[in-house]
Design a protein around this ligand. Structure first.
Ligand SMILES: *[C@@H]1O[C@H](CO)[C@@H](O)[C@H](O)[C@H]1NC(C)=O
Ligand SMILES: *[C@@H]1O[C@H](CO)[C@@H](O)[C@H](O)[C@H]1NC(C)=O
Ligand SMILES: *[C@@H]1O[C@H](CO)[C@@H](O)[C@H](O)[C@H]1NC(C)=O
Ligand SMILES: *[C@@H]1O[C@H](CO)[C@@H](O)[C@H](O)[C@H]1NC(C)=O
Ligand SMILES: *[C@@H]1O[C@H](CO)[C@@H](O)[C@H](O)[C@H]1NC(C)=O
Ligand SMILES: *[C@@H]1O[C@H](CO)[C@@H](O)[C@H](O)[C@H]1NC(C)=O
Ligand SMILES: *[C@@H]1O[C@H](CO)[C@@H](O)[C@H](O)[C@H]1NC(C)=O
Ligand SMILES: *[C@@H]1O[C@H](CO)[C@@H](O)[C@H](O)[C@H]1NC(C)=O
Length: 885
């Protein structure tokens, strides 16, 4: 039976005697054709896929991300495309009681016909559609057609009936209007960091399932610690072929060498009106036989296979599913701040922090946007893996999956489970008011139910967020007139509180659902869900962006309990920009190309003014554009370093417990807030994150008065005792310190501690010196050096052109399959932001160095094939200097 190809759909489904006929281009032997409305285009299509990808593959479209093709190809999103295929069935394949067409991802507005008969319609890309096709299947040739409507036109049509503000994204985004009318990736209609490309297609797998009794759709787990044991409540959600079915429901938890826990019971499933049923199994697991799951940086991430099987009594047919579980507890703690900070007049409000396995952990991380602007490409495994791996290397322990993208694929969360990245999962609502007509609420209900059920079991999943910035948008009248406040507030409550919240609570009772980000958490709820000031420093989380003050100054940042977004723009490297254009005139700040890519209404002026506060760039520099890129990355990296260290330090005084900067990744080659460029190249920011998120860090705070406070940050479960902190004063002209002093420092576990040190090293001329901080402590293998630059770098005296020698010695094959080349750097003077570039694909272990010692060793990691001597010849570098080089 060649055509019975087993599909490993989301959640590693393992099916017994039920059959699945794959409708995927790779999984089965079906061939799809995609046609536009008037028939002028008819090309091979792919499932999973999308029309932008298919037309590109067929040569109808150029590269979407090349030059201004995002706009030049926009006609695609106004046309209507039909995907069709045909497949053979034999009589015996039609013998099962149930036959469903399962579409795991439909983007977005579509109707489906089988053999010319309508079988269903779709309007939500985040929903799994299951259509009963039993009555329509026949022996021999069957044809399946999925006819899509232009999402842009469908959104406009809905808006005419159910308008919700805003109508359109700002004109400078060159995007489309009314994204909020459709349950489709909101960023498809353009964002400030991305182009519009509202596509159509089946973006996830499709198959026909044949069965007689029941099929398991989801398995949820509720894991609680009870004294010396774990209680694991497994809830199984099924769909039924008939009204009633009896059988055996079994669950098996594999414990590796320790054996397994197996529980089975007889159940009678009774289908509800919609054909669904559920059943529960409880397991008790002794705490001795499993190990705790920890976020990255605190321990390992052991995962245990849990397989669940339903075997029907009447047909002996089985349906099975396996998932991985991790044993850990996660709570979002919102308690009286006085209990932590003591009962002082400033102690008003609530904490907002994550307690994992009983420990309050500072969340370090970044915000995740889709890995590609085309949802069909956003699941690319290499891209997702390398981005998440990069997050781990930068000591992140949390990513926030932002509400304007998609609920990521199963694999994303599995990798987060394996890597120890906690996930703050937004529901997919962002920066808009949303309609609340019945049709909309009905589809949202299904969407939330399905996504909570499918993601809930992941140990990485930490909390749910109802939306991105919609509370603050309404409070601040971003899109609405203040007179419309009551109407929109009522709709806000109807959607996130009355509709969504009860669903999340009933399906996932153990996990916090915060209605919005930012919000005041419980306090927002007390204040009727739209707080007077959703940015309150005393409650919940905040988002903070300020391009008008000095980003390198500790004095500009407002206190918060949890910083869930903050950031600064920078430009991607020339190498990355050159993957979007080959016209040399485009590579200039005032080119149309660069204007096209900049969606900020203020253009490049904010980057420039931030940069000019500290760095000297002359307009007549022959390498102006190249330096602008480099300096923008320095400026971004230093600003986010400062802001992040400010939040980490503020754990001591304000119990700030999170710093997730905006944003981890990019969807195109353009100025953006990302730390990693489209294509995977790390900006200076991501290299800096490795240091500013280091588990043990000495973090000085320079005040405007010139006073320097010193904090010791210790994100470990053990105290840091008797650390030796060396503070050195360097003249910019020399690599030998002019003064130095050693202090003994300590910090409690999981703390930021301000040290009792008065730095009185200002006898010298501030323009001529800088401070270097380095720490040695038992049990601390590595703690990055840190610096204080007393005056803006453009004003320093004595920084001179260095002589730098870079050599590459031997190479080593790593377990990952990559090759590591050892790189040696020798200098005769202090060098600021030394930035190495290699032409081969790969990256340096560190980059953007402050060279304050004569010799430094690093490495270049590559999956490519370059010899040591080729690499040595090819490495180029840049650094910062107050003069035209
Ligand atoms: C058919 O559709 C294509 C793409 O939308 C358009 O370029 C073409 O002009 C249309 N042809 C006719 C005859 O309408
Ligand atoms: C797509 O369908 C809509 C609604 O039927 C229609 O208004 C529009 O003209 C169609 N687009 C094309 C390019 O035919
Ligand atoms: C189902 O089959 C099992 C084993 O054959 C039997 O013990 C059980 O009673 C049956 N259950 C029902 C409800 O028929
Ligand atoms: C803080 O002090 C106030 C006034 O003295 C008192 O009412 C309150 O209970 C105290 N709170 C805590 C947490 O100790
Ligand atoms: C630039 O790229 C375009 C599109 O790929 C190509 O047609 C053109 O020849 C290229 N021009 C140069 C100068 O390489
Ligand atoms: C470039 O401009 C700066 C500042 O206006 C000026 O001091 C310098 O002489 C100029 N250099 C060249 C090479 O023109
Ligand atoms: C820094 O070095 C220069 C050159 O040796 C010297 O003139 C200057 O006085 C030094 N400044 C300080 C503060 O040591
Ligand atoms: C890498 O280079 C070596 C030596 O030049 C060669 O033998 C090998 O085939 C190359 N491997 C790849 C993947 O290109």
């Amino acid at each position: 039976m060649l055509w019975f190809v087993l599909v490993l759909a989301a959640c590693s489904a393992v099916h017994g005697s039920m059959h699945e006929l794959s409708m995927d281009s790779d999984g089965g032997n079906v061939q799809w054709v995609v046609e536009n409305q008037n028939g002028s285009i008819s090309v091979p299509g792919r499932v999973p896929g999308g029309v932008y990808s298919d037309l590109r593959r067929a040569g109808v479209l150029p590269d979407l991300l090349w030059q201004d093709n995002d706009v030049a190809t926009r006609w695609v999103s106004y046309d209507n495309f039909t995907y069709s295929t045909s497949f053979q069935l034999r009589a015996e394949h039609l013998a099962t009681r149930a036959a469903n067409l399962v579409l795991l991802g439909v983007d977005t507005v579509a109707f489906v016909e089988l053999n010319g008969r309508p079988v269903g319609a779709a309007d939500n890309m985040f929903v799994r559609y299951v259509f009963d096709v039993k009555p329509y299947l026949k022996e021999g040739l069957n044809t399946l057609r999925v006819s899509f409507a232009s999402a842009v036109l469908a959104a406009a049509r809905r808006s005419a009936r159910h308008y919700a503000a805003p109508a359109c994204v700002p004109a400078v985004y060159r995007g489309e209007c009314h994204a909020n009318q459709l349950r489709k990736m909101q960023a498809s209609f353009a964002w400030d960091w991305g182009p519009a490309a509202p596509g159509q297609g089946l973006w996830k797998s499709a198959f026909i399932e044949f069965y007689n009794s029941a099929v398991i759709r989801s398995v949820t787990t509720h894991i609680t610690k009870e004294d010396k044991q774990w209680r694991l409540r497994v809830k199984v959600y099924l769909e039924m072929a008939g009204r009633e079915e009896t059988g055996e429901l079994g669950a098996r938890l594999a414990l590796g060498a320790q054996g397994a826990v197996t529980v089975a019971k007889q159940v009678t499933l009774v289908a509800r009106g919609d054909g669904t049923a559920d059943a529960e199994i409880d397991m008790i697991v002794s705490e001795n036989v499993v190990s705790l799951w920890w976020p990255n940086g605190y321990g390992a991430q052991p995962l245990y296979d849990l397989s669940v099987t339903f075997t029907s009594n009447s047909s002996q047919e089985t349906s099975a599913r396996s998932i991985h579980v991790g044993f850990r507890t996660v709570e979002v703690v919102e308690q009286d701040i006085a209990e932590v900070l003591g009962n002082t007049t400033q102690s008003t409000g609530l904490t907002f922090y994550l307690k994992v396995n009983g420990y309050p952990l500072f969340m370090k991380g970044s915000n995740w946007i889709p890995a590609h602007i085309l949802p069909e490409l956003g699941g690319d495994e290499d891209t997702v893996d390398s981005l998440l791996q990069a997050a781990v290397e930068a000591h992140m322990n949390m990513v926030r999956v932002w509400g304007g993208g998609v609920y990521e694929r199963e694999r994303f969360y599995r990798r987060c489970d394996q890597l120890g990245l906690l996930v703050w999962q937004d529901l997919m609502f962002a920066c808009s008011m949303y309609p609340t007509d019945k049709e909309f609420l009905d589809t949202v209900r299904v969407e939330v139910e399905q996504n909570v059920l499918s993601l809930q079991h992941h140990p990485s999943l930490a909390l749910w967020g109802g939306n991105n910035e919609n509370e603050v948008a309404l409070r601040g009248s971003w899109y609405t007139h203040p007179s419309e406040f009551d109407k929109y507030k009522a709709e806000y409550i109807k959607l996130y509180v009355d509709t969504i919240k009860p669903i999340v609570h009933s399906l996932d009772p153990g996990r916090r659902y915060v209605v919005s980000s930012p919000s005041n958490g419980l306090e927002s709820e007390r204040e009727g869900y739209i707080a007077a000031n959703p940015y309150s420093p005393n409650y919940g989380d905040t988002h903070y962006y300020n391009y008008l003050a000095d980003g390198w100054s500790f004095d500009i940042y407002p206190l918060t309990r949890f910083a869930s977004e903050y950031g600064f723009q920078s430009l991607p490297s020339l190498t990355t920009l050159k993957t979007a254009t080959n016209k040399s005139e485009d590579l200039s700040l005032d080119s149309e190309f660069m204007a096209h890519r900049q969606h900020s209404p203020n253009g490049y002026s904010f980057i420039e003014s931030e940069m000019n506060r500290h760095l000297q760039l002359f307009k007549n520099d022959s390498k102006y554009f190249e330096k602008f890129i480099f300096y923008s990355q320095i400026s971004q990296a230093m600003s986010i370093k400062t802001e992040t260290e400010f939040y980490r330090q503020s754990q001591a005084t304000w119990y700030t417990m999170g710093a997730l900067y905006w944003q981890l990744n990019d969807v195109w080659q353009a100025p953006s807030w990302s730390g990693i460029e489209y294509g995977g190249k790390w900006k200076m920011l991501h290299y800096f994150a490795k240091s500013f998120f280091a588990p043990v860090l000495v973090s000085p705070r320079l005040h405007l008065t010139g006073k320097v406070d010193v904090y010791l940050l210790n994100d470990r479960l053990v105290p840091l005792l008797g650390g030796q902190l060396l503070v050195e004063v360097f003249n910019w002209t020399s690599l030998t310190p002019v003064d130095s002093k050693t202090y003994t420092v300590s910090a409690k576990p999981l703390s930021a501690q301000k040290q009792d040190i008065t730095l009185d090293l200002w006898k010298q001329n501030k323009k001529e010196v800088f401070l270097r901080f380095s720490l040695k402590a038992e049990g601390v293998a590595e703690s990055p050096m840190n610096y204080v630059f007393p005056v803006p770098l453009k004003d320093v005296v004595g920084l001179q052109k260095p002589t730098i020698q870079i050599t590459v010695s031997h190479r080593i094959r790593l377990h990952s399959g990559e090759t590591q080349h050892i790189v040696h750097i020798v200098t005769d003077r202090a060098v600021l932001f030394l930035w190495l570039e290699a032409p081969a694909p790969g990256r340096f272990r560190d980059n953007g160095f402050m060279l304050t010692q004569p010799y430094l060793r690093t490495a270049f990691l590559t999956a490519g094939n370059i010899t040591t001597s080729e690499l040595q010849k090819a490495i180029t570098y840049q650094y910062y200097l107050n003069e035209i080089s």
